[in-house]
Design a protein around this ligand. Structure first.
Ligand SMILES: Nc1ncnc2c1ncn2[C@@H]1O[C@H](COP(=O)(O)OP(=O)(O)O)[C@@H](O)[C@H]1O
Ligand SMILES: [Mg+2]
Length: 366
């Protein structure tokens, strides 16, 4: 049994930790809200870091320190009164900003943003708009930072070349004899493979700036206050150099789907244009000034791209024998891939509307 309160005392906290609660519905880290005595003390969020996914904890922590410091300075130095709560790591008593226990687990601690909450599903257009503003603000606040000052915590995370290479290798090896049942999905992928290099090509030719990007822009990584205003972006493990289009696209993939990511009844899956429009409006309000013409012109495409690459990864994992994503039943990864490809089809059917929404918001024609 892990003694959570004992681990909490390994950090430089104010007060005495008296109780804790398993917190959030995150799938990567284990999070605990630590309550302190006296009651006036701040609360903390203790997290066991998933070191199977993030193998270099020092590098990961350095990235988070750089980004949180930079954002905090921006928030405090700004006369615009940015209504964002400050997030920072708490130092460990020994040294640095994480603690390794006797069993080899890595732990870190953040200040707990009191009175905040997150939503697993987007509750509606107003909150989608707020969420778009928050992730746009994250890009804006970090836009002065040298992207390359951050390390790549997960190498080639959204690199379509390496993802397609891995897929084609597994497909030709077919270690579990599953290729036969995925013929339709395989041709769906190959039909779109060339177009899906667009962002990488634009980036390599210098037409997309490399930015500090979040890379996990799910809705539950936004904290809201009791008035449903977004006040903080959390889950900074995947913050690294990247393209803004990845952040925008993944937020739409996860947040503007009318069904679950692994929905089996494919007819339920469509792109929700109202949520897309609201998120885009918020995003462009806060990030519009820093985004280039090429970035804006590919926002609608980026949603298709992120849906494609995640579907590709689900299918690759299915063919490989379900070695990466946890599955709840046989064929889960295939179902997930099919759900992503159905969503992508819906986006393709609505491409003109999505492009028009973006160009109206940007007052530009693409
Ligand atoms: N500093 C914080 N203050 C309050 N709540 C937080 C804080 N950080 C994270 N949370 C909550 O805990 C959840 C899980 O944390 P997160 O860092 O996103 O872990 P995971 O990588 O497992 O998704 C978040 O979705 C959010 O609801
Ligand atoms: Mg999270």
């Amino acid at each position: 049994m892990i003694d959570i309160l004992k681990i909490a005392k390994e950090f430089r906290i104010g007060g005495i930790p008296i109780s804790y609660e398993h917190f959030g519905s995150g799938h990567i880290n284990d999070s605990y809200c630590i309550s302190m005595s006296p009651e006036s003390s701040p609360d903390y969020l203790l997290q066991r870091i998933n070191h199977h996914i993030f193998t270099d904890i020092t590098l990961l922590t350095d990235n988070i320190l750089k980004v949180t410091k930079y954002i905090s300075e921006k928030i405090y130095s700004s006369e615009a009164g940015i209504p964002f709560a400050e997030l920072h790591l708490i130092p460990a008593c020994s040294s640095g900003f994480f603690y390794k226990d006797s069993e080899g687990n890595f732990w870190r601690m953040y200040n707990f943003i009191k009175g905040s909450r997150s939503f697993d599903l987007v509750p509606g257009p107003m909150l989608a708009y707020e969420g778009g503003k928050a992730f746009g603000l994250f890009l804006n606040l970090t836009s002065g930072m040298e992207a390359k000052s951050l390390e790549e915590t997960l190498k080639n995370f959204h690199n379509i070349e390496t993802r397609l290479e891995a897929f084609r290798k597994i497909r030709s090896e077919d270690p579990c004899g599953r290729v036969g049942e995925t013929v339709a999905e395989i041709s769906f992928i190959e039909d779109r493979a060339d177009e899906m290099h667009t962002i990488l090509r634009l980036g390599r030719s210098g037409r997309l700036p490399l930015r500090v990007t979040h890379n996990d822009t799910k809705f539950n990584n936004i904290l809201f206050n009791s008035n449903n205003k977004a006040i903080c972006i959390v889950d900074l493990d995947t913050v690294m150099p990247g393209y803004s289009l990845y952040d925008f696209g993944d937020a739409i993939r996860t947040g503007a789907n009318t069904a679950a990511e692994d929905e089996s009844e494919l007819q339920k899956i469509t792109i929700d244009l109202e949520l897309f429009s609201s998120y885009s409006k918020g995003f462009l309000e806060t990030a519009g000034d820093i985004l280039t013409h090429d970035e804006k012109a590919h926002l609608a495409f980026s949603a298709r791209f992120m849906t494609f690459i995640i579907g590709l990864r689900f299918l690759t994992d299915f063919l490989a024998g379900d070695t990466y994503y946890k599955i709840r039943f046989p064929g889960h990864n295939l179902q997930r891939a099919r759900a992503q490809f159905r969503l992508l089809q819906s986006m393709e059917e609505n491409t003109d509307s999505m492009k028009k929404i973006i160009s109206d918001l940007c007052k530009l024609t693409f």
